[in-house]
Design a protein around this ligand. Structure first.
Ligand SMILES: NC(=O)c1ccc[n+]([C@@H]2O[C@H](COP(=O)([O-])OP(=O)(O)OC[C@H]3O[C@@H](n4cnc5c(N)ncnc54)[C@H](O)[C@@H]3O)[C@@H](O)[C@H]2O)c1
Length: 313
């Protein structure tokens, strides 16, 4: 299968590319940069197409020239840059998904997978959030994710495009470079494993749901490979493990006693983190796609630190 990943040179895209190559697929990436791709020896079979999702022609050319059947749309500006420059985020996250869906329709792409976020929920939430809980995001990033989910669902109904999306919690693992409001969680673990100091921009009391990348990629692949007729819910929650920043720091220090971690909260990030839901019900994703997580918190952190140290040596 020829699969195109937009934004594939980012944290999730590179890990997904490796998984898809291992499964025997031909992987194409469209991104505005390829810095990390060039450093990964295991990804030398990936075909890189320089281009931006803000340009419709770039997408159409990439799909047509390479006979792409499945499109995985990861390209986005994350939460922190979206708060700083919502205008640029409109171009990438809103116009970008419109261009990608439209290119997919024109080029007869069969399947379209979109990476949404639990940051799309926002205010006035019930105790437990299921796939159909109303989304009222307060940040530009969440607003654009709600738009993407609904536009894709429209393309599914109106044009028969096999669209589906997954609302990721905070995915943790080595290699996170883009500073979102919650990305300090994986960044602090990586810094500690490398012996580098790190300053957290959320509060010690901040609580977030986190998921190790190996389970995150497992969930994404379960959704990607589920046959069309089994997809009922379309936009799926993916739950994480509830984690307070203070407890994370304690866990890190139990493995790396001299880790240099401090807190210097950024008020805007703290405000957004407070609206990120923690109790998510992802039973429909599990039932409809067969996804099953394997990593509890302790195993996630230990494996994460082990991977960073392996890479360093
Ligand atoms: N990492 C997480 O915890 C998390 C949580 C929720 C949702 N998501 C979503 O998953 C997706 C991937 O996230 P990530 O963590 O890998 O982010 P990332 O920032 O590491 O990767 C995003 C990639 O998109 C590329 N990009 C930006 N603008 C582009 C454009 N105009 N055209 C083409 N490419 C462009 C960037 O260069 C980057 O390589 C995003 O849609 C994000 O919103 C991630």
């Amino acid at each position: 299968m020829n699969i195109l990943i937009t934004g594939g040179c980012g944290f999730i895209g590179l890990k997904l590319s490796k998984n898809l190559l291992d499964k025997g697929h031909s992987v194409f990436i469209m991104d505005i940069q390829s810095d990390l791709l060039n450093k990964q020896k295991k990804l030398d079979k990936v075909i890189f197409i320089p281009g931006s999702v803000t340009c419709q022609a770039h997408l159409i050319n990439a799909l047509k020239d390479n006979n792409i059947k499945w499109l995985i749309h990861l390209a986005a500006r994350l939460s922190a840059p979206s708060e700083e420059d919502p205008w640029a985020t409109y171009e990438v996250n809103v116009r970008g998904i419109f261009h990608a869906l439209e290119a997919a329709r024109i080029c007869n792409v069969e399947r379209f997978i979109f990476s949404s976020s639990i940051a799309s929920y926002g205010l006035h939430l019930p105790q437990v959030i299921d796939d159909e809980t109303i989304q009222r995001p307060i940040g530009m990033y969440g607003v654009t994710k709600v738009f993407g989910e609904h536009l894709g669902t429209f393309y599914r109904r109106r044009f028969g495009l096999d669209f589906r999306s997954i609302r990721f919690p905070q995915i943790i693992g080595p290699g996170v470079k883009t500073p979102g409001v919650a990305q300090c969680i994986p960044m602090v673990i990586e810094a500690a494993a490398k012996g580098e100091p790190f300053e957290m921009w959320i509060e010690e009391e901040s609580i977030l749901p986190v998921l190790y990348y190996k389970d995150g990629i497992e969930a994404l692949c379960s959704l990607i490979f589920t046959p069309k007729e089994q997809i009922k819910t379309i936009n799926y929650n993916l739950s994480g493990i509830k984690l307070a920043a203070r407890d994370l720091v304690e866990m890190i220090r139990s493995i790396i006693p001299n880790a240099k971690i401090s807190f210097h909260p950024n008020l805007n990030s703290v405000e957004i983190v407070k609206t990120i839901p923690v109790n998510l019900d992802d039973s429909r994703l599990r039932t409809e796609t067969g996804y099953k997580p394997s990593y509890d918190l302790e195993r996630s952190i230990k494996d994460f630190i082990h991977e960073v140290r392996l890479d360093k040596n």
